[in-house]
Structures are given as structure tokens and as C-alpha cells.
Design a protein around this ligand. Structure first.
Ligand SMILES: [Zn+2]
Length: 274
């Protein structure tokens, strides 16, 4: 099973100094929304996930602890989710970028490319491209690792996206879809409740038809096996003829429902002539 380690950068409730928008919104709270969506979607792909930060946001898990957990678990890749800051005062800088560690890292760069590609569509901000840096999460992790900066917390342009839960969720789904693409994993097909109900109804109808047909078949088989009635009373439509034939001695008045053999036929013909 594919194993993905992921973290939302920093901790919630302002436990890391700085790392907030000029209006005082904490970076972790933006990052967390993305991470929650990534994890939800990765699980839909059947991918195993380990979250490295405190999901309650109450503590800022040290970076060394985060990379230790990822390495110890044997994650296949690591993704660190962040949002950028420039001066800490409102400005017009903008854009999404994805980092890998300094130097040439083929797998990490391929992953970064796939993620960045989809993130551009989710945030719909300027494509600042793939970058390299000496970040702890990239340097100290022993698997291909990327760090994403979704947009600027101190950008008048980007903050609109960061304050939109739907954008952050789309960003998370974009990351997860890119991870699935990286590993060549197809999405699991799941029925919606409506599709499920429709299918259930169809199956029930089919079962009803099958049952009905089975009943009809068994009734037909039963009829075939039925012996003619041993009653001596003819059907009303034949009663007159039967009585007359009996009176005339052509038939003996017994078993009017039984089939006739050839020898009985010959006897009857003979009696008719007499
Ligand atoms: Zn950050």
C-alpha cells in the first residue's frame, strides 16, 4: 500500500510567532483545511496517510519530530502544506509555488510538477513554478518530499482564495489527485446514494420477474405430470354426447377424461357399426 506522510505547516492558535495574515489569521488554519481535504481524498484512493502535525492545532510539533515520524513510518513520499508571506503587510504579490530540496531529485521533481500543475487550477493564482530550497522538511526526510506554498497570506489578491474554504478544499483534492497520478492509482468507483437506490429497485424488479417466471415454469411442469381425472362425470360441454354414447353402448360410461388407445378406438368403431 502506498504511504503518504503529510503535514500542515506550524501549529494553530498562534503557537508559532509570525505565520499569520496582517489581519491575524494563523497560517496553520489555512494549511489545515488543505491537509484535511488531501487526507480525505487520498483515503478514497485507498492510500495510507500519516499526519505529522497536531490535527487539533493545539501544539506546534517540532520539525525534527515530523521528519522522524515520516522516516520511521517508511513513507513513500512527504508533502508539507504551507501558505506564503512576504512582508507581513498587505501587498499585491501573488502566486502558487512548489518546492523540492536543493540539487537534482528526479522523483520529488516529478511529484512537484504534477502537484503544481493541479494546484494552479485549484487556487487559480499566478504560477510561480517549481522552486528549490533548504527547508528542514525537504532536507531531513528520506523519501521524495515537496513543500507547497498555496498563496500569500499577506496578499490582497491571494487572501480571497485563502479565506474561501471551497478553494482550500479544491487545493487539497488537487494535491491528492496529483499523488494518485504520481503512483498511477485509479480512483475507486463508488455509487452515489441515488445510484444505489436505483440499482436496488432494478434488482428487486428483476427478482420479482424471475420469481414469477419460476412459478409459471413449475406450474407448467406440474400440469404436464398431471394424470387425467378419474372422475366419471364428463365436462358439461361433452355431457350430452357422452350420455348418448353410453346409452348406445359405444363407451362404457367410465373415465370420460382418460385418453383413448388404438385398441379402444377399434372397439368403439365396431360398436358403432353394430
Ligand atoms: Zn509556512
Amino acid at each position: 500500500m502506498v504511504k503518504v506522510a503529510i503535514d500542515a505547516g506550524h501549529g494553530g492558535f498562534g503557537v508559532t510567532p509570525g505565520k499569520r495574515s496582517p489581519d491575524g489569521e494563523y497560517e496553520w488554519n489555512f494549511n489545515d483545511k488543505v491537509v484535511v481535504a488531501v487526507i480525505k481524498r487520498l483515503k478514497e484512493y485507498g492510500i495510507s496517510v500519516l499526519r505529522l502535525d497536531d490535527p487539533t492545532g493545539k501544539t506546534d510539533v517540532p520539525l525534527t519530530t515530523r521528519t522522524y515520524k515520516a522516516n520511521n513510518w517508511g513513507a513513500d513520499i512527504l508533502i508539507s502544506c504551507h501558505h506564503n508571506a512576504n512582508t507581513g503587510k498587505w501587498g499585491d504579490w501573488t502566486g502558487t509555488e512548489t518546492f523540492t530540496y536543493l540539487g537534482k531529485w528526479k522523483d520529488a521533481e516529478r511529484l512537484a510538477g504534477l502537484v503544481q500543475n493541479r494546484l494552479i487550477g485549484a487556487y487559480n493564482l499566478r504560477d510561480r513554478g517549481l522552486k528549490k530550497d533548504d527547508f528542514h522538511m525537504l532536507r531531513q526526510s528520506s523519501m521524495p518530499a515537496i513543500l507547497i506554498e498555496g498563496g500569500y497570506m499577506d496578499s490582497r489578491i491571494d487572501i480571497k482564495k485563502l479565506r474561501d474554504g471551497k478553494v482550500l478544499q479544491a487545493a487539497g483534492y488537487a494535491v491528492a489527485d496529483a499523488v494518485a497520478e504520481y503512483f498511477g492509482i485509479k480512483p475507486k468507483e463508488e455509487l452515489t446514494m441515488k445510484q444505489y437506490e436505483e440499482l436496488k429497485k432494478l434488482i428487486e424488479e428483476q427478482n420479482k420477474i424471475i420469481k414469477q417466471q419460476a412459478n409459471e415454469i413449475s406450474a407448467l411442469k406440474k400440469n404436464k405430470q398431471d394424470k387425467p381425472s378419474d372422475s366419471h362425470a364428463p365436462d358439461p360441454s361433452h355431457a350430452l354426447a357422452w350420455d348418448k354414447a353410453t346409452e348406445a353402448g359405444i363407451v362404457n360410461g367410465k373415465y370420460p377424461h382418460h385418453p383413448l388407445t388404438r385398441e379402444q378406438y377399434a372397439t368403439i368403431r365396431m360398436r358403432e357399426k353394430n
